[in-house]
Design a protein around this ligand. Sequence first.
Ligand code: ADP
Ligand code: MG
Length: 349
Amino acid sequence: TASTSDRRIRILNPRLANQIAAGEVVERPASVVKELVENAIDAGSTRIELELEGGGARLIRVRDNGCGITEEDLPLALSRHATSKIESLDDLEGVASLGFRGEALASISSVSRLELFSNVSDEPANGWRVVAEGREMAPRVSPAPHPRGTSVAVRDLFFNTPARRKFMRTEKTEFGHVEESFRRLALSRHDIGWTLRHNQKVVHQLRPGDDTLTIERRIGALLGRNFLEHALHLDIEASGLRLSGWVGLPTHSRAQADQQYFFVNGRVVRDRLVAHAVRQAYRDVLFHGRHPVFVLYLELDPTVVDVNVHPTKHEVRFRDGRLVHDFLFSSLHKALAQVRPGDSSAAPT
Ligand code: ADP
Ligand code: MG
């Protein structure tokens, strides 16, 4: 039984508090990749390079050419509840950045050996390095050459949290998850150039461009040319909503719902309402138990969608769910008209 002194209330030391918070967002190497890349995107980068070793367990490095972090701000970059992205609850309404919680770097840093390098100038000698040391996670900033932009290197993920480390799978499995994170991120921003390396080998190299040819080349590289050869392109706008992208023909369906990419204002989203609308639209053209492949982009006024639902931000809440659902359903239903049996415009399949 605990003695009275054991039950005293005390404030957790910062590292421990951050490790507890890390439990929510840092599940495996793929989650680190997601958080670091989202920061690189929020920094306005046009080039993002990822380098991994050992499935990400040994090393995850994300390098960008974004705005960088000033020397004054560097001590805060690795602290919890420190963010440059929002200041007030009003800002949170309609937040356009991918991040806003100010937790990712603090959490990751508490469960790995994390080093951040940054430079806001074009003179490489003006770069800085920051690490968070000890239980207090005291920031230590020192000069270190780095080109304009930011690099974060995360080594030995979960080295100090054995319970988490045990849940890491083989290198191949972990890299599979990393590649899936990468796929979503690269599909979310066609205007960014990307490189993914694993164990010194280039896995993906994607050039930037918003024209259809470049986008199709990217989708082909990430999901296979076969998908595009069996997909319909759509771009529909109504009542302040815009849906664009590619939906797979029923002939290209899969046994699992593992190639479905849905983006809301550039943020990858898994949403029941969306899934339902898609299922309904495909209902009479797909066999039971088959799943369509799609890459779809929904754009709408950011103030009518709440992204602060879950720490990983994979869930969203639409202010007018009915409107979004019906718009998705009718857009997809219309697009699929040409393959619907018995439809007057039916084409042979
Ligand atoms: P959040 O993204 O929620 O603000 P993070 O812990 O991920 O919180 O990052 C903390 C802060 O560090 C960010 O708000 C941003 O100011 C800065 N930062 C992190 N990564 C980068 C980057 N790659 N480029 C520029 N600034 C960055
Ligand atoms: Mg972030």
